[in-house]
Design a protein around this ligand. Structure first.
Ligand SMILES: NC(=O)c1ccc[n+]([C@@H]2O[C@H](COP(=O)([O-])OP(=O)(O)OC[C@H]3O[C@@H](n4cnc5c(N)ncnc54)[C@H](O)[C@@H]3O)[C@@H](O)[C@H]2O)c1
Ligand SMILES: O=P(O)(O)OC[C@H](O)CO
Length: 335
């Protein structure tokens, strides 16, 4: 029997740690890189990442290090589990270390502020690899539920179907079921936009609105997300799948979502600074991506009214209540 494949996960936050556990449970030899030496040491000694997943015991086949060169040495796949707005800078530091044939896997859900690029585009550019080497994992994947081994499905997307299938095998466990897809554009646009719509749903919840409002925001949010994706060349069917509707529902409805929770705080009247402080350094990607997605939409002549008001609440001082009234007061039109 072939020895287990070495897979490296760079980033030991909520999702990086959880995905490393999935890969280890699937039978791979997994190395997890943490920024701080004490976090890596604690994982190796106690089998726990107490800052992010205090209740989860990590498998013994998962090893942590704070040495990126040691982490990526000999890896068949390198998983990038850092926030989308720092990925370029992080990857530039790791680029000289990467094995040339490794599949580079993005877990991040966002659009870069300075360039309006998707994460796979940033990876292809900074790592200087063919896009066939770049993959994305995205779906209704709230880290805490997966770490607790609750049944979940996801999508592994790569332009090279064979690499997608190899990664699908590498992350299949009895509780985690990946499907393949080759529509990187659709999967990434869906993953970035659902965070913004989840912020809007959180704001609505904070204002005291119920399920009709949530459902209206989810449905119209999916409509504007699909419009943007199609304008960028995505397959519209992708948005009806796990990384589209699936992730949007999970994120917009769950109190575990950082984006939904952030929006809820704003809806209850907290300031941006108060909501940021309550997040304890964990990333709410939609707060930044609402601005880059809005610009990307403007560049392609796509109307995204929910994204527009989320940007104005987060960055231009619009209050959530008038934002809701503005959405309801828009020109009437056919569905
Ligand atoms: N948490 C989830 O449930 C989940 C699920 C699916 C996708 N994602 C996506 O995965 C990505 C990572 O999310 P996460 O939940 O692991 O985030 P997190 O905030 O929990 O952890 C981020 C990790 O990146 C590291 N990092 C390295 N360089 C950094 C820098 N310059 N600035 C800040 N952090 C830096 C941090 O130390 C930390 O370990 C995000 O794009 C997120 O949208 C998260
Ligand atoms: O906690 P959030 O809002 O970053 O969402 C986490 C995942 O993206 C859900 O799939």
């Amino acid at each position: 029997m072939a020895p287990p494949e070495r897979i490296t996960v760079l980033g030991a936050g909520s999702w990086g740690t959880t995905f490393a556990k999935v890969l280890a449970d699937a039978g791979n030899d997994v190395v997890l890189w943490a920024r701080r030496a004490e976090v890596a040491a604690a994982i190796n000694e106690t089998r726990r990442n107490s800052a992010y997943l205090p209740d989860i015991r990590l498998p013994s086949t998962l090893r942590a290090t704070d040495d990126a060169a040691e982490a990526v040495h000999g890896a068949g796949a390198v998983v990038l589990a850092v926030p989308s707005q720092t990925l370029r800078e992080n990857l530039a530091g790791w680029q000289p270390l990467l094995p040339p044939e490794a599949t580079l896997v993005s877990l991040a859900k966002g659009v870069e502020l300075s360039t309006l690029k998707r994460m796979s585009e940033v990876i292809g550019e900074v790592a200087d690899v063919p896009m066939a080497h770049v993959a994305v994992v995205s779906g209704p994947n709230l880290a805490k539920e997966i770490a607790a081994e609750q049944p979940t499905a996801t999508v592994v997307a790569c332009p090279d179907h064979d690499r997608a299938v190899a990664l699908q095998h590498a992350c299949s466990t009895p509780y985690f079921r990946p499907y393949t897809n080759t529509d990187l554009v659709g999967i990434e646009i869906a993953g970035a936009c659902k965070n913004v719509i989840a912020l809007a749903c959180g704001m609505a919840a904070g204002l005291g609105f119920g399920h009709n409002t949530m459902s209206s925001l989810i449905t119209r949010g999916l409509a504007e997300t699909t419009r943007l994706g199609v304008a960028l060349g995505a397959d519209p069917m992708t948005f009806a799948g796990l990384a589209g509707l699936g992730d949007l529902v999970a994120t917009a409805m769950s109190p575990l979502s950082r984006n939904r929770t952030f929006g809820e705080r704003l809806g209850r009247g907290e300031t941006m600074a108060q909501a940021q402080e309550a997040a304890h350094g964990q990333v709410s990607e939609g707060v930044k991506s609402c601005s880059s997605i809005r610009q990307l939409a403007a560049r392609h002549g796509v109307e995204m009214p929910i994204t527009d008001v989320v940007h104005r609440v987060c960055h231009e001082g619009l209050a959530p209540a008038p934002a809701a009234a503005e959405l309801l007061g828009r020109e009437r039109k056919p569905e």
